[in-house]
Design a protein around this ligand. Structure first.
Ligand SMILES: C[C@H](CCC(=O)NCCS(=O)(=O)O)[C@H]1CC[C@H]2[C@@H]3[C@H](O)C[C@@H]4C[C@H](O)CC[C@]4(C)[C@H]3C[C@H](O)[C@]12C
Length: 325
């Protein structure tokens, strides 16, 4: 499972938990403005907006999981197995292979409004990157510097773009059904509840936090969707970057998966491999990983964004305990 959010405070912070059981060797990468993209069914692009994100790099090509560009547009791909469907290339449409969607949109769009326009005549094609990297069934969340988010889903009924008022995405089912599910929990509250059950009886409110008693806590995608929406919508706004980044990680870590809890096959468990937080206004990517709770950061503006070659940094790091005695 994966969870992605956009948290708005003084700046806007976008990113995700990547929950899975297979380590693809992801890196933090910067794609500079003059790295050439050779698309499968569209003209090559020699220059574009620069972006930073988390990616598998194969044959010097960035197979991106999530990223933001220098204009403050962010996008993350999350598993969507079942409802997800990609089409054979269709004549007269802009055919974007699923692995090209992130680089294509970040290369060319500044905002979610522009994404809606550019996707109006598009279809997500089922072309694979290679036999080793077949097309992954995904749907995508995109957010921009206005704090607005949208969701892109390709299903048998076509390409759908939905406004996302809660700024959260997880996995199945389709996004409109996830939103509907929220209504089951609208009375969850950070305040201690009033006794409306038996108002004439003096019920002992035995604990703090009883307003969240019915908040789901499962690893499944619906539970994470509801919980992340609740935690995000009640998160305080920080007064500076450090407070905002701290708040952000608390939101996503509230729905992270510890090893041992989500068995995907015999004795094999999905877990939160990394959590990233990308400042849409400043181009900085912060991350933690399962084995390293320290917040690491890469600032894209510290690199030459007019270069031609990908710039890569290690993502998976060892734990870094500060022994004080
Ligand atoms: C597994 C990842 C999604 C995590 C997730 O949503 N987990 C929930 C699992 S489930 O619903 O509960 O089954 C996805 C997100 C981005 C994906 C990667 C990116 O799309 C980039 C390439 C794309 C290639 O086609 C396949 C390899 C790949 C490197 C993908 C591997 C894998 O499918 C990734 C890493």
């Amino acid at each position: 499972m994966c969870t992605s959010i956009c948290y708005t405070s003084t700046d806007h912070y976008f990113g995700r938990n990547l929950d899975y059981e297979i380590d693809y060797g992801q890196k933090v990468i910067i794609v500079p403005r003059n790295y050439v993209f050779n698309y499968r069914d569209m003209p090559a692009q020699k220059s574009h907006y620069a972006f930073i994100g988390v990616s598998v790099v194969n044959d010097n090509y960035p197979l991106l999981c999530d990223a933001i560009n220098e204009k403050g547009l962010g996008i993350a791909g999350l598993n969507f197995q079942g409802p997800g469907y990609y089409f054979p290339q269709i004549k007269g449409k802009k055919n974007i292979a699923s692995f090209e969607l992130i680089p294509y949109l970040l290369s060319n769009c500044e905002s979610t409004a522009e994404v809606k326009e550019i996707l109006a005549d598009a279809s997500i094609s089922n072309v694979s990157f290679s036999s080793n990297y077949p097309a992954a069934d995904l749907h995508w969340i995109l957010s921009d510097k206005t704090g607005k988010s949208i969701v892109v889903e390709s299903t048998k009924s076509g390409l759908h773009v939905y406004d996302n008022p809660v700024n959260v995405l997880t996995n199945n089912p389709e996004f409109p059904s996830q939103l509907t599910k929220l209504s089951d929990y609208v009375d969850v509250t950070p305040s201690n509840p009033k006794n409306t059950l038996v108002p004439n009886v003096d019920v002992n409110i035995y604990s703090r936090g009883l307003g969240t008693h019915h908040l789901p806590g499962g690893m499944d995608s619906s539970s994470r969707f509801v919980k992340a929406a609740f935690v995000l919508s009640h998160a305080p706004k920080g007064k500076d970057e450090v407070e905002n980044v701290t708040n952000y990680f608390h939101i996503l870590h509230s729905v992270e998966q510890a090893k041992g809890l989500d068995e995907v096959e015999n004795n094999r468990y999905e877990y939160t491999m990394y959590t990233d937080c990308m400042n849409l206004d400043k181009g900085i990517l912060y991350f933690t990983t399962y084995d390293n709770n320290r917040i690491n950061a890469v600032d894209m503006y510290k690199e030459n964004l007019d270069a031609e070659d990908l710039i890569c940094y290690d993502l998976f790091k060892k734990q870094d305990i500060n022994y004080i005695s």
